[in-house]
Design a protein around this ligand. Sequence first.
Ligand code: ZN
Length: 262
Amino acid sequence: MKTVLVFAPHPDDAEYYAGGTLALMAQQGNRVVIVTVTSGDKGSYRHTSAELAALRREEAKKAAEILGAAEILFLGHHDQELDLLPSGTLREQFTRLIRQYQPDVLVAEDVRFTEEPHPDHRAVARAAADAVSYASLPLMYPEHAEAGLNPHFVTEKLFYSESPALTDKVIDITATFERKMQALAAHQSQVEFLVEDILQQAEIAGLGSHELVAAARQDPLAALTLVIHQQAAAAGSRAGYALGEAFRYERFHPIVESLLIS
Ligand SMILES: [Zn+2]
């Protein structure tokens, strides 16, 4: 049994980017732990931030349960404000969590994806890369040792991004796509918000009466499923699977990797 630690900027990111993979890992008996970094309290046109944070916490718990995750943690930072935290805050928190959970696998956004538009995603990708690189050094945060936490090297890293060019490993999610979508559907406030956000732009573009726009307004989940299914089909086709999720897979230092191959 492996422990899989996921750093998700917002309550729905683990499901959106890696839900099929996480469901598969959980089904295979591995222990999946999702760390939700912000409360996602800016993603709505209708709720107050406080209402939304409470709602999304419940949605995330439900989604984690559907994925089969063993645990979900909430760090409680505000949405869109990770770059306002004192420098190094997330790096220390992530290092502490890596030492606490001693994961075999880490899942996070790829810091090499420099086109990432969301500041929270950039902050989590950066801090995850920093933490996973140095959590094995005992002189980093010696106060962790005083709290009984041991340094830890994470062997397998799965980094997701919106750039297929950065990815080199496709996981077959054909059997768990349905579960991924059920988990995403549990984020009901976000299914509505994501589609509404796009529809508002469609209205501005004068496409308000387009049949696809009307259909999406009628059934936001169906519209989202269509888009995610297309993405999964594109990723899967690169490895001969019907549906897939793509990652950049990293294990050891390149020197160690070259010795393993030779
Ligand atoms: Zn996000």
